[in-house]
Write a protein that binds this ligand. Structure first.
Ligand SMILES: CC(C)(COP(=O)(O)OP(=O)(O)OC[C@H]1O[C@@H](n2cnc3c(N)ncnc32)[C@H](O)[C@@H]1OP(=O)(O)O)[C@@H](O)C(=O)NCCC(=O)NCCS
Length: 135
């Protein structure tokens, strides 16, 4: 299976669809558009012409980086695509942190996906914090 990763071409409508197709809450397209525009980089994974996955990196662009929406469509999972997406984003962070003495890359793992991130060298930390804000 030939997979190609392409930076910053993801359309808001596809972002919403990939979220929906992997069980994440629906978001308005306008929010998806703004989120993509304000992120640092997004990567799309293609199998031929078909968009099969995505990943995003948000943060301050130099010291603190956060993975968001690492998504691979169910029929393409467990074939190494998620690993390629995350490593691509880690490389971007590394390249842009070279002159900084330290940098961290984090994220909030969806429940049950911790093992995927551990295989990529991430620690599951007990002191992470998170608050859902009611809107
Ligand atoms: C999590 C997700 C991105 C993984 O993508 P993937 O392409 O299937 O992952 P890979 O094929 O690169 O898997 C790499 C390794 O992690 C393992 N792995 C994958 N999902 C795992 C899970 N849920 N728990 C434990 N290990 C997992 C794989 O077995 C593989 O191990 P191996 O190298 O020993 O074979 C994908 O399952 C997905 O999109 N899920 C739905 C959306 C989601 O929940 N995303 C996470 C948001 S935080």
């Amino acid at each position: 299976m030939q997979i190609q990763l392409v930076d910053n071409v993801l359309k808001a409508e596809d972002f919403v669809r990939l979220r929906r197709e992997t069980g994440f809450a629906d978001i308005p397209v306008e929010h998806a558009k703004k989120a993509l525009a304000n992120g640092l980089i997004n990567v799309s994974a293609y199998c031929g012409d078909k968009l099969i996955g995505m990943g995003r990196l948000v943060g301050d662009g130099t010291m603190y980086w956060y993975l968001q929406e690492i998504i691979v469509l169910p029929e393409y999972q467990k074939k190494g695509v998620g690993t390629r997406i995350v490593n691509h984003l880690i490389n971007y962070a590394r390249e842009n942190s070279k002159t900084c003495p330290f940098t961290t890359i984090g994220g909030v793992s969806a429940k049950g996906k911790e093992g995927f991130y551990q295989k990529l060298g991430f620690d599951v930390i007990p002191n992470g914090i998170k608050k859902m804000i009611e809107t």
